[in-house]
Design a protein around this ligand. Sequence first.
Ligand code: ATR
Length: 282
Amino acid sequence: MKRYAIFGQPVAQSQSPRIHAAFARQTGIALEYTAIESSPADFPKVLERFVAGGGAGGNVTMPLKETAFALCATLGERARRAGAVNTLTWNDGQWHGDNTDGAGLVRDLTGRHGLDLRDRRVLLLGAGGAARGVAPALLDAGVAQMYVVNRTPEKADALVDMLGLPRRVHSRYWEQLGELGEFELVVNTTSAGRGNNGNHALKLPFSITTSRTAAVDLNYGEAAIPFLAWARAAGCRDIVDGLGMLVEQAAEAFKLWHGVRPDTDPVYAELRGRHAALATAD
Ligand code: ATR
């Protein structure tokens, strides 16, 4: 049986084994999918052991996406543009890296939530690995202008430089948020709400939203609560957490490995049952 795994630290809380097991049942593909904890320093050795034990592919989460990028012999276009890998495939004795996060987000927003991203004015909060993963896909989906705002401004500048679209993508200081006008899409990619990060509420003015704004948090569960509560208080029309993106990026990885795209709706519905209170869009 082919072996797959999610690698991260921490990783015990990951929903990926459950999601891939559900996809496997649905498509009749026999596979094993486990969660393997690793630090960035140990990751090369952990992957060696995994391959020696029959490992064929892996998903990668925090804080290993950049390490995975560096370990790959070949890279797909989406991983190259993101500078981060979330999907590894063992191919001809070497690792091939891809990034399905952005495609997963766009598919969730446009397919599941029916949002039209074209010509939207977008605010991207954060400039870490998650932001790098989704920014190219949002641009490809046709958003008009993108403003990147990050606590550490140099990282916002670096992301904007890397995207290489000076007329469409701009970096601004957090303190300038009140002067940036209204956004039709606000995407929180920061880890500010994660428990291991002290669960900080971001300081965000209501002036960046309108009653038509879609507010999206790439986090789900408790980590998404502060931002989604802010979006609700601001009166945003669509309020979306990262659970749908999680299922969609997994489906994209499943397709890369097994050649079939599973039906994500029943798997999303099952997960949503356990995170019911958090999403109000649909
Ligand atoms: P990920 O892979 O999830 O993106 P990351 O690469 O560590 O994780 O990036 C975390 C992001 O959350 C960064 O943009 C970080 O801002 P800095 O670059 O200034 O560190 C942002 N972040 C984390 N805690 C934050 C907080 N309390 N307030 C604002 N931004 C925060």
